[in-house]
Design a protein around this ligand. Structure first.
Ligand code: DNO
Length: 357
């Protein structure tokens, strides 16, 4: 495995690349062009605005998180083929820039969703949290406003204001899209990009839905083992893989993450590893990465990745906000640096004990 951190790109992140470089063991970043709208082409010149500063800092780009998929592709409108053609050009340009892993999601309208971006914990740290009762009280068209209010002025990934300005239209366009149709549109997309992915050896890692159940009546299809198995089988080609996000899958306590790692063996090009704590079946909050701080067994997760031969990029995921840091919610430097060291400690211990036995 290769330890990395997410970096939002020039002008979008409060964390400097040189600080990321000083985290022991971190050799690369995953990043994105946050200003691009889904459906647009990423030119070679655009991509250079990412590779230049990262390489100057002595790091490398090990993948893109994310090249977002337009709602036209997800819905299957008459614009989808044009957007897919643009996506193919983007993949081509990424391949030429020696970037071979792309994370994306297929969630309708909203990307990851939380009811609270700064819930205070007992020790004063703040964390992202989800409470279903609070979400049930928010109208979908007010969700963007509520997320923006909580974001401290930072642009949140997957919450492009330009797209969400048209929320009523988007909801109307999804009216005819049930989970079968959404799944078929995902398969259509993956088949269409198969050749370019094969040519440039690009691995696509779909990010699970977060939280891992439908919200606001919109379908969600990558919520657990069943959806993942179905997708891996439907397009049984090496470019079709998953981003193993323990926090998203783990939002549903019935998901057995170790089992999911086993069934997706060889098809996990990217891993996001973090912990969370369930307070009830209607409420969870994110925790420090340590097993003892949350509800998940981080040792068992790292061991399953190790045992299945995972060798891709991995990153600590959302961190708590500690020591008065001001940054993109979930993406401060301090707690993610602690997470990166902790995960590497687990990995080293597993590796050494396996080799001695
Ligand atoms: C949030 C992230 C997501 C993720 C996308 C992948 O913190 O986990 O925004 O990057 O869903 O496309």
């Amino acid at each position: 495995m290769e330890m990395t951190l997410r970096w939002y790109g020039p002008g979008y992140d409060a964390v400097d690349l040189w600080k990321i470089r000083q985290i022991p063991g971190v050799t690369g970043v995953v990043t994105s062009l946050m200003g691009k709208q889904p459906g647009e082409v990423w030119t070679e010149a655009d991509i250079k605005t990412l590779t230049d500063p990262v390489e100057e800092a002595g790091l490398k780009i090990v993948g893109i998180e994310s090249v977002n998929i337009s709602d036209d592709i997800k819905i299957g409108t008459e614009k989808r083929d044009e957007h897919i053609a643009n996506y193919i050009t983007t993949l081509e340009n990424l391949g030429k820039a020696d970037i071979h892993m792309v994370c994306y999601n297929f969630m309708p309208v909203f990307d990851w969703t939380r009811s609270d971006l700064a819930r205070k914990r007992e020790d004063g740290a703040t964390v992202l949290a989800y409470n279903q009762d609070m979400i049930d009280q928010i109208k979908p068209d007010k969700l963007r406003e509520s997320m923006e209010k909580m974001s401290g002025g930072f642009t949140l990934p997957g919450w492009e204001p330009e797209r969400l300005d048209k929320i009523a239209e988007l909801f109307a366009a999804y009216k005819e899209v049930d989970s079968d149709k959404l799944f078929a549109n995902l398969v259509y997309f993956l088949e269409a990009i198969a050749d370019v992915c094969a040519k440039y050896d690009i691995k696509m890692g779909i990010h699970p839905d977060d939280p891992a159940w439908p919200i606001f009546g919109l379908p969600r299809i990558i919520t657990g083992k069943e959806g993942i198995e179905k997708l891996l089988k439907a397009v049984d080609k090496p470019h079709n893989g998953i981003t193993l996000c323990t926090g998203s899958l783990g939002s549903n306590p019935t998901n057995d993450i170790v089992d999911i790692i086993k069934i997706a063996k060889g098809r996990i090009p990217f891993a996001h590893v973090r912990n969370l704590r369930y307070n009830s079946d209607r409420d969870f909050e994110e925790a420090a990465h340590l097993s003892s701080d949350g509800s998940m067994d981080m040792y068992a997760i790292m061991k399953a990745l190790y045992d299945t031969g995972f060798d891709g990029p991995i990153r600590p995921d959302h961190g708590r906000m500690v020591w008065d840091e001001v940054a993109v919610p979930g993406y401060g430097l301090y707690d993610r640096a602690m997470g990166a060291c902790y995960l590497q400690g687990l990995w080293e211990a597993i590796d050494k004990s396996e080799k001695r036995n």
